[in-house]
Design a protein around this ligand. Structure first.
Ligand SMILES: *Cc1c(COP(=O)(O)O)cnc(C)c1O
Length: 388
């Protein structure tokens, strides 16, 4: 039997936690009822399970259950937030502000709106990946309806200053949306304290199932109106029609419950593993850390390696380490990612970038193994190169 490579790609997705799986199982065959069926016990069971998960997820961000709209994931939540606000507030204005390092699930809905005649301002980031708040302030106009800035970057792991951004938005009566796909269960998110109006969430980055997420939509002070992007049975208070995916929703709730309960201890453990990895990798010459050194999520390490071809490095690492290239946003392209480009990195093929995403099921020995293999792979690639 072949040994599988060590998985360190937790920003792409995470395995389902066994406790999550156990919670989900009864809702496939036993309690399979449609939560909208109000006339029998099968429906009531489904409804009760969805209600409980909704309460857990709402509590995790200090929202009320009525403010949670279940979606198929963060991509759909981002689309609903951005297009939903744009359409609902069309009369007020048609200008939206976002950030150059956003996930494509934010940038692409914005580009789509641009094709319809909306104006989009894409703010650059500073060299460390953090937003420049002065630039944000200057970019807001009277016709700005939405600012969308992510909580945690999925490539370089940096944290954006959510409370400061929302204060600027509030002062100008502009809604603030944040894509927190990489943030839930990892960093504090409090819609009251941070005054956030819309938050996109997903389960599969926190050891829950794929295909389920949510959008938090503020209901008071002020109430956010959304134009639904999917029409049908009027589920989720009309904002997202479609039969609720009870097993996935139960899993999402359980995953969030576990992640919140273990957030502090797990962040501490992951930071130590990340430091251990960095200590060993930074012994190599020509290694650069991408993104802010401290304002970053605990399990993330994104580095560039001089004098090594990116494709060759990933190929060399493949048998032992499952990580993503930091230099290709889609695996078929070898062009640098829009995130690293936004940091002002040269479009230089003579370096490789990789993203490590350390997670719940990684341990000390794995990190040692990974570090040793990475270092020896870089050495041998550099040696080959010098021989050419
Ligand atoms: C993974 C991710 C998404 C997409 O989430 P899905 O649930 O897979 O649609 C969006 N934004 C960020 C920042 C992500 O990391």
């Amino acid at each position: 039997m072949s040994v599988r490579p060590i998985y360190l790609d937790c920003h792409a997705t995470t395995p389902v936690d066994r406790r999550v799986m156990t919670a989900m199982l009864p809702y496939f065959m036993e309690h399979f009822g449609n939560p909208s069926s109000i006339n029998h016990v099968y429906g009531w069971e489904g409804e009760a399970a969805v209600k409980q998960a909704r309460e857990i997820i709402a509590a995790a961000i200090n929202a009320t259950p009525e403010e949670i709209v279940f979606t198929s994931g963060a991509t759909e939540a981002n689309n609903l937030a951005i297009k939903g606000v744009a359409e609902a507030y069309f009369q007020k204005g048609q200008h939206i502000i976002t950030l150059a390092t956003e996930h494509n699930a934010v940038l692409d809905p914005c580009k789509y709106l641009q094709s319809l005649g909306f104006e989009i301002t894409i703010l650059p980031v500073q060299g460390d990946g953090i937003i420049d708040l002065n630039q944000l302030e200057k970019a807001i106009r009277d016709d700005t309806v939405l600012v969308s800035v992510m909580a945690v970057n999925n490539e370089i792991g940096v944290l954006q200053p959510l409370a400061e951004i929302s204060a600027i938005c509030r002062a100008r009566n502009v809604f603030f949306h944040t894509d927190a796909a990489q943030g839930i269960g990892k960093i504090p998110l409090d819609v009251q304290e941070m005054q956030i109006d819309l938050i996109s969430l997903t389960a599969h980055k926190v050891y829950g199932p794929k295909g389920i997420g949510a959008l938090y939509v503020r209901r008071r002070n002020p109430r956010v109106q959304l134009a639904p992007q999917q029409h049908g049975g009027g589920h989720e208070r009309g904002m997202r029609s479609g039969t609720l995916a009870t097993p996935q929703i139960v899993g999402f709730g359980k995953a969030v419950e576990i992640a919140i309960a273990e957030q502090d201890t797990e962040n501490h453990r992951l930071s130590q593993l990340r430091e251990k990895l960095w200590m060993q990798l930074s012994q190599l010459e020509g290694i650069h850390l991408n993104g802010h050194p401290n304002l970053r999520v605990s399990g993330n390490l994104n580095i560039s390696v001089d004098g090594v071809d990116g494709a060759a490095l990933l190929l060399g690492l493949q048998p032992v380490i499952a990580i993503s290239s930091g230099s290709a946003c889609s695996s078929t392209k070898t062009s640098p990612s829009h995130v690293l480009m936004a940091l002002g990195q040269p479009e230089n093929l003579a370096y490789a970038s990789v993203r490590f995403g350390i997670g719940r099921f990684n341990n000390d020995e794995e990190i040692d193994q990974v570090a040793a293999y990475f270092v020896s792979t870089v050495h041998s690639l550099r040696k080959q190169r010098s021989l050419i």
